[in-house]
Design a binder for this molecule. Sequence first.
Ligand code: WT7
Length: 652
Amino acid sequence: MSNESLANLLKEERRFAPPAGLAAEANVSAEAYERAKADRLGFWAEQARRLSWETEPTETLDWSNPPFAKWFADGRLNVAYNCVDRHVENGLGDRVAIHFEGEPGDTRTLTYAELQREVSKAANALIELGVEAGDRVAIYLPMIPEAVVSMLACARIGAPHSLVFGGFSADALATRINDADARVVITADGGYRRGKPSALKPAVDEALTRPGTENVRSVLVVRRTGQEDIAWTDGRDVWWHDLVESQSDQHTPQAFDAEHPLFILYTSGTTGKPKGILHTTGGYLTQISYTHHAVFDLKPETDVFWCTADVGWVTGHSYIVYGPLSNGATEVLYEGTPDSPHQGRWWEIVQKYGVTILYTAPTAIRAAMKWGDDIPAKFDLSSLRILGSVGEPINPEAWVWYRKHIGAGRTPVVDTWWQTETGGIMISPLPGVTETKPGSAQIPLPGIAATVVDDDAREVANGHGGYLVLTEPWPSMLRTIWGDDQRYLDTYWSRFEHKYFAGDGAKKDDDGDIWLLGRVDDVMLVSGHNISTTEVESALVSHPKVAEAAVVGATDPQTTQAICAFVILRGDADANEEGLVEELRAHVGKQLGPIAKPKRILPVAELPKTRSGKIMRRLLRDVAENRTLGDVTTLTDSSVMTLIQTQLPAAS
Ligand code: WT7
């Protein structure tokens, strides 16, 4: 961004008060903000007492060597004990922990008592494979219960796990195994995806032929799809059902230091090699447990929680595994895609299990909008009481659609901002407290300090935009980039002194509430104004014919950059309709002002997305500027770009 701060274009006036009943019974009330403000560290020390510590911490934060934080450093605890055993000891062994739904329709229920036995067996199996505290274990699995069991088994014996998303290639897997120097890989023969088995083990076999992966001595393989032609390396490969099933279901967890590494998770970013984000034990679990309790108002006795993310992303780590289970929740784990075998699959699952809290991503909400309102309308979604969103800015129109068509116009929607690096939710409404605004994450949670600054690190006034920064350390913050402290300093702590630079553009509205405006790299410069891609996209999505939009700035001789928009139309709209493009341009002009009118609008059938569902604007910029495409390896489907390019001449 230049010195010109972000223009504040979008005016969203809709407001939604928390339902009275929910507010009256909410886990967290407005008073928490005051308490945390008066004594931030005392507030987090109090939240740490949500957990069972073998040795209670006496220190809260050691910030003597910033930005390398230590939280609760003299405390000791076991994460798996906190997520499983203590609930069984508290008499909740028969409570369902996981309702698993496989894509082909197979199901499995795991109570907390069963989970304790499964995790104990898996921990014993890892020990038999020679895994010791501190050894890294790579996990490359589909969304099946063994993924959760494996993570907890690693945590139980103090072996940091490194999950690699099952959709990643052998190359991506090899790079991550190498960087983390993993000793064991846990995988499966395959998983189910869009009605078909999709193999995983061959990618592991291939990854392990690459240099730098020699230290992997065992590959533990879950049989999921039962494909027969699976390659086998004797002495290295071992079946889960042979090794794990033969173990004792008793294992006594040992406590680890609060700063013992819990996991490494790689985040790709736009350039350079993936960064191994390191999270540790006590502070991470404290913030994840608290935020899950506060943001989703979890009532473990009655709620059924469902986070639709993959366990291979941080959302899955924090809000499928560590948050819900540390809080003794009952949750759904679903293996497949939202449209297999039909576009109502998610809503069918909500109905079947009586899901009360749903946490998903804007990309999924926009896909459901595109498929049509009549699909969710066929299912009974009346169990839902809270809806969450994460991963990208949510367009106000998608937010309102989500509340209306999934939440029956009753449920609060919590738009939660955070990152792999922050470990847990940082900025979000509280469902029983906050009057929500569609499209805004609004306020830092109690105990979290965030603001928006300009190029000179000065806090912007209300009504202005700039960069999102975090101004105080937080318990679940990354501790470093694995093996690269310098890159940790350079990436996050050198842009502004003493402040964490998140890399996101943001603005404060007239009430001081925070609106996220996308990655800083995506901000456009048009005739001297910094304009957020997110705001133009939201204006387009607010037109009844548009389901999804991706906006980029293309180099332009007159205006520095010109706004170029790619749009996916809703089910019943026609891309060849006379005057459509003019109508959409005029609509944006009316919503945001003439400066934000796209110069070009191109209706397309699909948009390029990363495997975690984020739009890859970089590739669209290549198209808009008639360049050869950059790296497409992290795309979900690289044929999308070919499709867009062939559509171009006709559409422009
Ligand atoms: C980036 C972090 C957080 C888990 C999933 C993504 C964007 C995330 C929001 C939100 C606007 C959001 C930001 C952030 N983002 N949530 N509610 N509103 N933007 O984790 O892959 O590490 O990505 O996702 O740009 O920096 P991640």
